[in-house]
Design a protein. Structure first.
Length: 261
């Protein structure tokens, strides 16, 4: 048996247990800028290369049987980057979405989004909406982009809706529990009864969650790789899934309790 590092794509697919593939994988795609800088290129070239990685990871996630892939494509904090980089990223995302729509349909992939849609530039909104509509009938992988998104934004938006319902009398404070609260988070709008992420992958080596899906990753397994996002391969993704399958998810219980269940 080859080691994980030596294993080919074919070996890795064989090592993967189809019954234990995480239903929802979330990814913090980091390192585009450093990838570009290491090559003496402009940061925007890193983002362009990052789009190719989005394409190949969508393909392999779909092939591996993942139900939902959430990608942190633009955070609330990213609005504070230099305006030229923000504009370039927004343009790139819109163009890529429009260009990839026929292939998404062909592969039965549905595009969805979480985040502050109203804050996105008009052109990007138009292109995104075109793709949401064109792929709404697709029943395979849900490719969910987190755009103008942050975990705190999500929680505050949910709290506002709940407060409004309490104020108009359609909800009482005592009705609020974890399940009720989660129904007001952006992820409640995802199709396919998407569960909270089982696995959170971060590229680029930093060991932090950067305001991503704060509520939803309560029990996610975390896998950090040093590779920059443009270098992240299909094999790297499969390795992360295989490492996930080796983890014991205890959800606060003991190993013994899990064994006796
Ligand atoms: C982080 O790298 C990456 C981003 C802020 C943007 C990621 C966006 C893409 C890969 C394009 C997404 C496209 C589609 C179609 C969804 P960084 O710039 O923070 O890198 P650094 O940490 O090395 O500076």
């Amino acid at each position: 048996m080859p080691t994980m590092e030596q294993a080919t794509m074919e070996d890795l697919l064989k090592m993967l247990d189809p019954a234990k593939v995480p239903a929802h994988v979330a990814i913090i795609m980091d390192g585009n800028g450093r990838w570009a800088k290491a090559r003496g290129l402009d940061r925007s070239e890193g983002h362009v290369e990052g789009v190719s990685t989005v394409r190949r990871i969508t393909e392999i996630a779909s092939e591996a049987g993942v139900k939902c892939l959430t990608l942190y494509a633009f955070s609330t904090e990213n609005w504070h980057r230099p305006q030229a980089e923000v504009d370039a990223l927004m343009h790139l995302i819109g163009i890529a979405i429009e260009r990839e729509t026929p292939d998404l349909i062909k592969n039965n992939v549905r595009l969805t989004m979480i985040g502050d849609f109203a804050r996105m530039p008009q052109e990007a909104r138009r292109r995104l909406e075109g793709c949401f509509n064109a792929t709404a009938h697709c029943t395979g992988l849900v490719l969910n982009l987190a755009l103008s998104y942050s975990g705190r934004w999500d929680i505050v938006a949910a709290a506002r809706q709940i407060a409004a319902r309490c104020a108009d009398g359609s909800m009482a404070a005592g009705d609020i529990d974890e399940q009720t609260f989660a129904r007001y988070l952006s992820t409640a709008s995802l199709p396919c009864d998407c569960p909270d992420p089982d696995l959170l992958i971060r590229t680029g080596g930093d060991k932090r969650v950067s305001n991503f899906l704060l509520w939803q990753i309560a029990y996610a397994e975390i896998d950090v790789t040093d590779k920059y996002w443009p270098d992240f391969s299909k094999e790297d993704f499969l390795r992360a899934l295989i490492r996930f399958q080796g983890r014991e998810r205890r959800f606060g219980l003991t190993s013994e309790q899990l064994l006796s269940n």
